[in-house]
Design a binder for this molecule. Sequence first.
Ligand code: C2E
Ligand code: MG
Ligand code: MG
Ligand code: MG
Length: 281
Amino acid sequence: DSLRDPEQSFLLFDESIEAEMRESERVHNALRHAVQLDELAMVYQPQQDLRTGSLVGFEALMRWNNHGKNVPPDVFIPLAEKTGLIHGIGNWAMREVLRQSIDWQNQPAIKLKQIAFNVSAQEFSRQDFIESIEVALADYPATPDTIQIELTESLLIDDEQAAIEKLHTLKELGFTVAIDDFGTGYSSFSYLSRFPIDKLKIDRSFITNMANGERDIAIVAAMINVAHRLGIGVIAEGVETLEQRDILLSMECDQIQGFLFGKPMNSVDATLFCVNEGVSQ
Ligand code: C2E
Ligand code: MG
Ligand code: MG
Ligand code: MG
């Protein structure tokens, strides 16, 4: 029984770690060239106003097609964050979202209230983050008030004062700010009162857990309540069923995003979605 042999099992362990390291090294090398090779793309997932049922906007999500193979963001984003590549690809994403926003803003028939994109803690905490946004805005002069920046709570804990200042600068530039994956990680309601935040995105896990019953529903209700009392809007992530939507509606959640309303889609399909959902006039 080879697994019982301490030397043998050490070897197995060692080999799998080594294989894993080789694999992430390979992905890292490929990712370094993804921007030049034009392998990255943004897809857009629609967000719905719960009261009216209408489309309010989209969240932009990155996709990487590496030689015909799709690598999921949950694989390449954490790797990019670890290796510093996030600065290059994050900057590409921001510019691409601004470019697409101008495209939509220039179509009189399309009136989107928000186009959100994700910014990693590593990007946000860099000294030149604001400057990189200003440079991108100079090249792609979109109207920032329809653009929402999604940040996770983790970045608010490190250097609180620096984070607050950056958030204020973003708001002065006209952007709105959402807290992504709320409820996971270092959640604290106190962040919501201390930071200038426009929207709270309740993490998908809480929406899934509502099926467990009243206790889990109560948690979501509490998040919505606190946010509203602080003047912060709420969007629920990962809404897949009519039951979830109806509960959220009864709790006066403002918006939903999830497979029920629409999956992430390329910009051509997103433009068609705008027309079909009656955002066009
Ligand atoms: P996120 O920002 O929380 O994005 C929501 C994720 O949930 C997306 O996964 C989306 O496709 C997925 N999703 C939406 N609705 C549903 C649903 O009803 N059911 C289920 N099961 N999933 C749903 P995706 O696109 O794979 O992205 C994963 C994460 O990768 C994102 O989570 C975000 O943290 C990160 N990410 C994606 N694009 C970017 C980017 O451009 N920059 C940065 N820094 N991070 C990004
Ligand atoms: Mg327009
Ligand atoms: Mg997000
Ligand atoms: Mg999220």
